[in-house]
Each structure stands twice: as C-alpha cells, then as structure tokens.
Write a protein that binds this ligand. Structure first.
Ligand code: SAH
Ligand code: SF4
Ligand code: F3S
Length: 439
C-alpha cells in the first residue's frame, strides 16, 4: 500500500468552522489523506477561514505568505482556502496569493475530492457556488472512529437577518435547516462513537425549522427528540437570536433534563437608537423582558452574549446604555468586539466612530464584563455541579471538564477518565477556571 497523504487543516472563526473542518477531513479521508498536526510534512494545507472582522480576514494572507518556503521545497504541496474568506473573495485570493491551488466556499465542501484531483492534475480549483444538493448527505461517508466526549452538530446554516454590520448572510447564504431525522441519526452515530454532549450549531440556531414527521419542527421539538437518545447526556445550542426565542424553547429550559442551563443570546448594544441602525429589530427593553422570562423558567441559567462597540454614530450616551444593560443582565460570559467595517455591508457606508474612542469604550465594557464573569464564577464555590471530563490537566492526575454552566473545572483524582460525568463540589475559583473534588 502507498503511504497515506497528509492533510494539515487550520481552523479560524466560529464553531461551525470547527464542525466543517471535521467534515472536510473526512471527505479527503476518502482520497487517502490522514490529518497531520504540522504544515511541514503536509501534502495538502487547508485554511478554513473567517471573514467576520477585518483582522480575521487579513490573518489568512499573512499565514499564506508563510507557506512560500514550504511550497518552494515541495512543489507537490497543494494549498487551499476554505470558509468565509473563500466565499467572500473567491478568485481574488488566487490573484493576491498565486501559491493558492484551491478555493472552496462553505456550501461546496462535498465537492472537495474532485477539486483535490483537479489540483493534482496541475490545475487550479475554485468553487463558491450555493448548490441545491444537500452537502451534509454527501459528506456522510465518515470513518467510524472513536471520538472525545463532546461534539458539534450543525442543524441550521445561513442567516436571513442582515444585521447592518454582518457578513454572515453573504458568506453562509440564506437560512437552511436540516431535516430532523438526519440530525437524530447523526447524533446517534456520535453517541455510538463515545460522545456524551452535543452542541447544536447554527448561525441562527433557534430559527431552526427542519422537516419532521409531522411538518416542520422547532428547535425545542428537535431538542425533545434528542433528549430521548440513550447515552446522550447533555444538549447545548448556539447561536440564538432574541427574536427567535420561542415559548417552547424557553419552557424547555425549565423542563428538559438534558438541556444545559446556559444560553448564548447576543444583544450587540443596549441603545435602541443603535439597535435600530443595526437592523436588529429588538429593543433593549424587549431583550431584558425576554431574559426575565427565561430566568423565570430556569432561575440558575447562565447567560452569555455578544457586543459591538463603536458601531457607526454610537455616542457616549448610546454606549452608556450598553453598560446599563450589561449591569442589569450580569453575563456569566460575554464577548465584545470593536466594530470592524466590512465592505459590502450597509453600515460600512455610515459615519464611523473614532478608533481611539471605540478602543476606550471597549476597555470599559470588557472590564465590567470581566468583573461580572469573575463574581459569578466565585459564587460557584461551595456549590455542587455536574462535570463532564474532557481532557487531562497540566498537573499529575488532574482532569479538566465543564460544568453544566460551561465553567472549566479542574479536579485532581487518579480514578477519573475522559468522558466521566461526576458530581463535583467546587472548592476554589481561579482566573479562568474552578477547582473541585468528586463527591
Ligand atoms: N450568528 C451570530 C453571529 C456570528 S458573528 C449571531 O447572530 O449572534 C459573532 C459575533 O461577531 C456577533 O455576535 C457580533 O457581536 C460580532 N460581529 C459580527 N460582525 C461584526 C463586525 N462587523 N465588527 C465587529 N464585530 C462583529
Ligand atoms: Fe450576522 Fe447574527 Fe445578524 Fe445573522 S443574526 S446577520 S449572523 S449578527
Ligand atoms: Fe466567521 Fe464565517 Fe463563522 S465569517 S464567524 S467563520 S460563519
């Protein structure tokens, strides 16, 4: 048998890219590729890219530049760009960086085997179509390898919301939900391979409306079906939009035993004036009321969110409204970003906020978020949580896992194995994680 060819994949951006990279690796597995951890011994390098902010997109070109030497040494090395930069920039990537052999958009991964063959024949391969066929079905032929205890599972892709700052509706296309039976089969398969926790993914996951046995299903309906899968212990989902938070989903947080008490619900700003300009179609008040209802259903739920500061025309007053909202919600985790102008989006045309002003606001917001995050984490000390252990820690006999609230928990105990789900009493709170002991 010939030596297997080696594939190096580097993944940027969101969890959906992590999921997609696994699918691409499986698709090329059929062509005789095995994954390698280093670009140096690779026969093919794939960068799975993100276009969400300018810095993310620019990283791709600097990374590609670094492969020049490798390609000179090894002319057979093929270099590909996948993901959202591939979708947004297409052929332009090959023009700007001629060493790129292959450009593939997120909707065309199932065509990778043919594209790879084309590059082996010395041609360039480009595919940024939004084809009609179901790429997930075509990507199904996976090897039945064992896996770690947690996995992502894409259930919905694309977005029709067109927030004024965002590239996702252009790079991922219109919203599409996968049929429920295929998702359940994939979940069962993951569980057979050792997975105990599944995070359902979608750019707008709570807008899920996939075909079920009795018409379209909601995300809550799908979660209840997954709740029946034996051996699956935990269900999470991300990312949700406040406007798609249905009553049945709120209720499920109080009643569905495998659904974890953690919800990522981005609001972006606390100012109604800015929310309107962002085309978010919710207000700060409606968002706060929504959180009240979610907390009524599940009082201990840990909230997480996303914020953009320095959106065009944001004033000090607008920013103060964001701080006020954060103070009211108290997020267990929150991600905040300085607005980044994305060509082709409506906000790119509007009067921009001074960069230093935006930097200063970002620092203030992050300081507040970090304070809440730390307080909420510290409040866990003395409590008992469930921890799913994912990997060994740095200390001898130490394991690291996640609580139901997604806090990282370190436990030193020689009897623990990866995949164990245990009751743990929290004994300490550090900078970014908790410490505890099995009870
Ligand atoms: N589907 C997710 C968004 C994915 S992008 C959702 O609807 O929440 C993740 C986060 O990146 C967004 O929530 C937003 O806070 C941030 N983001 C998106 N576009 C941005 C831009 N142009 N500049 C800065 N941050 C941006
Ligand atoms: Fe982007 Fe999310 Fe808005 Fe869709 S809902 S446009 S993915 S920020
Ligand atoms: Fe980035 Fe595309 Fe995800 S732009 S955040 S990789 S959907």
């Amino acid at each position: 048998m010939s030596e297997p060819k080696k594939l190096y994949i580097k993944t940027y951006g969101c969890q959906m890219n992590v999921y997609d990279s696994e699918r691409m690796s499986e698709a090329l597995g059929g062509q005789g590729y095995v994954e390698t951890k280093s670009p140096d011994d690779a026969d093919m390098i794939l960068l799975n890219t993100c276009h969400i902010r300018e810095k993310a997109a620019e990283k791709v070109y600097s990374e590609l530049g670094r492969f020049k030497g490798l390609k000179a040494e090894k002319p057979d090395l093929k270099i590909g760009v996948a993901g959202c930069v591939a979708q947004a920039e297409g052929e332009e990537i090959m023009r700007r960086q001629p060493l790129v052999d292959l450009v593939v958009g997120p909707q065309s991964y199932h065509r990778l085997p043919e594209m790879e063959a084309k590059t082996r024949a010395g041609e360039k391969a480009l595919d940024t179509d939004f084809p009609e066929e179901d790429k997930f079905e075509k990507l199904k032929n996976r090897p039945k390898a064992k896996r770690g205890p947690t996995a992502f599972l894409t259930v919905q892709e694309g977005c029709d919301k067109f927030c004024a700052f965002c590239v996702v509706p252009y790079t991922r296309g219109a919203e599409v939900s996968r049929p429920a039976d295929r998702i359940i089969r994939e979940a069962q398969d993951l569980v057979e391979r050792g997975v105990r926790e599944i995070t359902l993914l979608g750019q707008n996951v709570n807008a899920y409306h996939g075909a079920g046995p009795n018409g379209d299903m909601t995300l809550a309906g799908l979660i209840w079906e997954l709740n029946k899968v034996d051996g699956l212990e935990r269900i999470r989902f991300t990312t949700s939009h406040p406007n798609d938070m249905g009553d049945d989903l709120i209720e499920a947080h109080g009643t569905c035993d495998k659904l974890m008490p953690y919800l990522h619900l981005p609001v972006q700003s606390g100012s109604d004036r800015i929310l309107k300009r962002m085309n978010r179609s919710h207000t700060a008040e409606s968002y706060l009321r929504l959180i009240e209802r979610i907390r009524a259903a599940r009082p201990d739920i840990l909230m997480s969110g996303d914020f953009i500061v320095g959106f065009p025309e944001e004033t000090d007053e607008d920013f103060q409204a964001t701080l006020d909202l954060v103070e009211q919600v108290r997020y267990g985790y929150a991600y905040s970003f300085k607005y980044s102008t994305r060509p082709g989006t409506p906000a790119a045309e509007r009067p921009q906020v001074d960069g230093e002003v935006a930097d200063e606001r970002l620092q203030r917001l992050q300081a507040m978020i970090t304070r809440h995050q730390r307080e909420i984490q510290d409040e866990m000390v003395g409590r008992t949580v469930n921890v799913l252990f994912e990997k060994p820690g740095r200390q001898p006999q130490q394991m690291v896992g996640k609580s139901e609230y997604l806090h990282a928990v370190h436990v030193t105990n020689p009897d623990l194995a990866i995949g164990d789900l245990r009751r743990v009493r929290i004994t300490g709170s550090g900078a970014n994680s908790l410490a505890g002991e099995v009870i």
